[in-house]
Write a protein that binds this ligand. Structure first.
Ligand SMILES: CC(C)(COP(=O)(O)OP(=O)(O)OC[C@H]1O[C@@H](n2cnc3c(N)ncnc32)[C@H](O)[C@@H]1OP(=O)(O)O)[C@@H](O)C(=O)NCCC(=O)NCCS
Length: 216
């Protein structure tokens, strides 16, 4: 049945109508919430659950057709927390998320800059930090300005469940980070890295084509 007729049929059913209206209203409210937090939101953003935005300083830019998931329903595994985007400490702290990228319950905390390319897949319970949060030396632990270095994630990168990406890391395009890895060194393009610390375990001979409509 053509999409238009299907929608009309669903709307003629009062229960479906209320369900659809409530869903759209929720998404509208969450988009409004992002904008009220000063987040720049692209076209056709898809919000599954309410994300948590903590923009104390700086800029958060979300591209077109991005999905932010903040609930477990429909996901491969359980999300322990909603997608959380935090910018703080420095006035120019920036988070950038490229077009068609899907973030399924990650915590992304920028004090300097975290840039995520387009068509990336970020699995549940991933943490990406561009700062250690505390100084290394005993008398520096409580300094408000910890060491930071930008994190850059290339286009079409897949980051598996419960990965941790630490400051200064660059992940090359098309690469895959295996579940549970801790990434402390740069990842070359078209490679699979795994473990703690994450090391290259495989080279992708035929890099993935970017597919934006695949299963979540
Ligand atoms: C990255 C991944 C897709 C690679 O799969 P694969 O190509 O079949 O990998 P292989 O089984 O051939 O493993 C290659 C090597 O990496 C190691 N490895 C793979 N995954 C690993 C992991 N998560 N941690 C540590 N080592 C890992 C393997 O032990 C193997 O090492 P060996 O050759 O010394 O035995 C898979 O390991 C993975 O992490 N899947 C989970 C993805 C995920 O989080 N999905 C979320 C969906 S929302």
């Amino acid at each position: 049945m053509p999409g238009f007729l299907r929608i009309m049929r669903e709307l003629s059913n009062p229960v479906q109508f209320i369900r659809l209206a409530a869903k759209n209203l929720r998404v509208l409210c969450w988009t409004g919430y992002l904008m009220s937090k000063g987040v720049t939101v692209g076209k056709n953003i898809s919000l599954k659950g309410k994300p948590a935005i903590e923009r104390f300083t700086g800029t958060i830019r979300i591209g077109d057709n991005v999905t932010l998931r903040s609930r477990s329903r429909g996901s491969h595994s359980t999300l322990y927390a909603p997608t959380r985007l935090i910018t703080d400490t420095r006035p120019d702290a920036t988070i950038e998320i490229g077009d068609h990228t899907r973030i399924n319950g990650a915590c992304i905390h920028a004090t300097e800059r975290i840039s995520i390319g387009s068509h990336c897949l970020i699995a549940p319970n991933v943490t990406i930090l561009d700062s250690d949060g505390h100084g290394l030396q005993p008398d520096e632990r409580r300094l408000a300005n910890p060491v930071s270095a930008p994190v850059v994630i290339g286009n079409n990168v897949w980051i598996g469940i419960s990965v941790i990406v630490l400051k200064g890391v660059r992940i090359g395009e098309n690469s895959v980070v295996a579940a549970g890895s801790v990434v402390v060194h740069d990842v070359p393009p078209n490679s699979v890295v795994a473990g703690n610390p994450a090391r290259v375990v495989k080279i992708l001979e035929q890099p993935h084509k970017m597919v934006s409509g695949c299963q979540e």
